[in-house]
Design a binder for this molecule. Structure first.
Ligand code: GUN
Ligand code: FE
Length: 483
């Protein structure tokens, strides 16, 4: 064995399942372990015992596999420099998840109050809750907890709706930046006095637009000191909340600043019918006409998109945030992932807290697979089989859902994240398959890489997520008081 061969990966002081880290205070720049990722839609790759080297900015500089001639030498040099982190056998690195749609102020009602239809739920439960976020102290308490929760579930990048309140929306951006999460944050515009309660809306259209510009400025300033980035998002809640002037003004702001845009598009029957009645066109067409369907637009749900709406998305480069759990409650349908992907529409996955009850993208991966099968086959056995479901090969595989949660989200946001490829940020979650009580080793029966990944995707619990890294920095470690 040459002198430079890798030594056993577990440090003598670490428990068998712990990641062997450099000395306290030293940031690792080389990660040795096995990593799953999905660089192409529907395909999974296992980088077995790979060495991933990361530069000072937290960007992947090299990925070296055991058959490379300099593999052992690179490991030895990182070890000598004291910057090597080793993932022990039984642990796997996965790309950090990208959650494309989260309502941060709805975190206190996650899991409750889901028995009403969307419009009733908004007026009765959601607007009164979101209105409380003008209390900055309350907002801080909730937002800190949510950001930490998402990091603990492996989510490294999140696109947030904050509330209608400007100050706490800026605070959410700051809290995520400080916690080490990559956050895209919007102050929610609801400027139509006829559609929104007096206690929860913008004072005027002009104020809503001015606040949006202030958010863009403030978040740009937060970004200057945030290694993983911080981004503002132009955020009309959805067409029914906004005036024509508000929507058009936000479209102009998005263009002037080349800003991200987010909204809800074609979520359910009620919204679909409302927009048809108001404009005589689809949600997608109306958003496009207001300048809101653009390259950096993230539109939640999109369950009712027609073929021509899909073309509009593909042509503009706007992306769909697929929220499978939320769809099951509020959308009266489910997003046709396969059909839209076949049209070339960009798409990622999202929790839609709290329309979706779970903050976990693992849960949404599972549900995305399940609802796609129901979409394909239909669900009412009284309907003859040939008319029961959407057919059209609507079902997606776990590999496709994994892509949506990682590389798909990256593509939607046009950010260099989501895979372990050179030039992308090192955003990773370390999954331990050997946690007592949460064992994912499967008794060694099915051990092909896809089986190992599928067990992680379908069965992992929060206890299996040991560490979360964002831009090469440790943002969460289970059991650590600092994280
Ligand atoms: N449409 C407008 N606002 C909301 C919201 O908060 N959640 C969901 N699911 N849909 C919406
Ligand atoms: Fe939503």
């Amino acid at each position: 064995m040459p002198a430079t061969a890798p030594r056993p990966v577990t440090a003598p002081t670490a428990a068998a399942s712990d990641v062997a880290m450099p000395a306290a205070g030293v940031r690792p720049t080389a990660f040795l372990g096995s990593f799953f990722h999905a660089p192409r839609y529907g395909e999974v790759e296992l980088l077995e015992r790979a060495l991933i080297e990361v530069d000072a900015r937290g960007v992947i500089a090299a990925v070296t596999l055991p058959d490379a001639p300099d593999y052992a030498a690179r490991i030895a040099s990182a070890r000598e420099a004291g910057t090597l982190a080793c993932l022990p056998d039984g642990t796997y690195g996965l790309p950090g998840f990208v959650d494309l749609h989260v309502h941060a102020p709805q975190w206190p009602q996650a899991g409750v109050a889901l028995d009403e239809p969307l419009d009733v739920w908004l007026q009765k439960r959601t607007f009164p809750l979101e209105a409380r976020f003008s209390d900055l102290e309350f907002a801080r308490r909730v937002y800190r907890d949510l950001v930490r929760k998402l990091l603990s579930l492996g989510t490294t990048t999140t696109v947030y709706f904050a509330s209608n309140d400007l100050a706490s929306s800026i605070e959410l951006s700051r809290i995520a930046a400080e916690a080490g999460q990559r956050a895209l944050v919007g102050k929610v515009v609801m400027d139509d006095p006829a559609a929104n309660p007096d206690y929860y809306r913008d004072a005027s259209t002009a104020q809503a637009l001015a606040d949006t510009e202030t958010l863009i400025r403030e978040v740009a300033s937060i970004a200057t000191t945030t290694p993983q980035g911080a981004y503002a998002v132009v955020t009309p809640r959805f067409i029914p909340s906004c005036t024509d002037e508000g929507l058009a003004g936000l479209g102009r702001i998005a263009e002037r600043h080349d800003a991200y845009v987010q909204s809800h598009c074609n979520e359910g029957q009620w919204e679909h019918d409302f927009v048809q009645a108001r404009f005589g066109k689809s949600d997608a067409e109306a958003l496009y006409d207001f300048g809101l369907l653009r390259e950096k637009s993230i539109m939640a749900h999109c369950t009712f998109l027609t073929a021509s709406d899909g073309e509009l998305f593909a042509r503009t480069g706007a992306a769909v945030a697929h929220c499978p759990i939320s769809n099951s409650y509020f959308a009266n349908s489910t997003c046709p992932v396969r059909r839209l992907r076949a049209q070339g529409v960009r798409m990622g996955l999202a929790t839609d807290i709290s329309g979706g009850f779970s903050p976990s993208l693992y849960d949404n991966i599972r549900h995305a697979v399940m609802v796609s099968r129901m979409l394909e086959d239909g669900v009412d056995a009284r309907v003859p089989q040939d008319r029961r479901g959407a057919g059209e090969a609507s079902r997606i595989t776990s590999a496709e859902a994994f892509w949506l949660a990682t590389a798909g989200g990256a593509e939607a946001l046009r950010l260099p994240i989501g895979t372990f490829q050179v030039g992308r940020a090192f955003d990773a979650q370390v999954i331990d398959t050997r946690v007592p009580g949460a064992d994912l080793t499967g008794f060694g029966v099915f051990d092909a890489p896809r089986d190992v990944l599928d067990r992680i995707l379908f069965l992992s619990t929060p206890e299996n997520v040991r560490q979360t890294w964002v831009q090469g920095r440790l943002a969460f470690e289970r059991g650590s008081r600092e994280a």
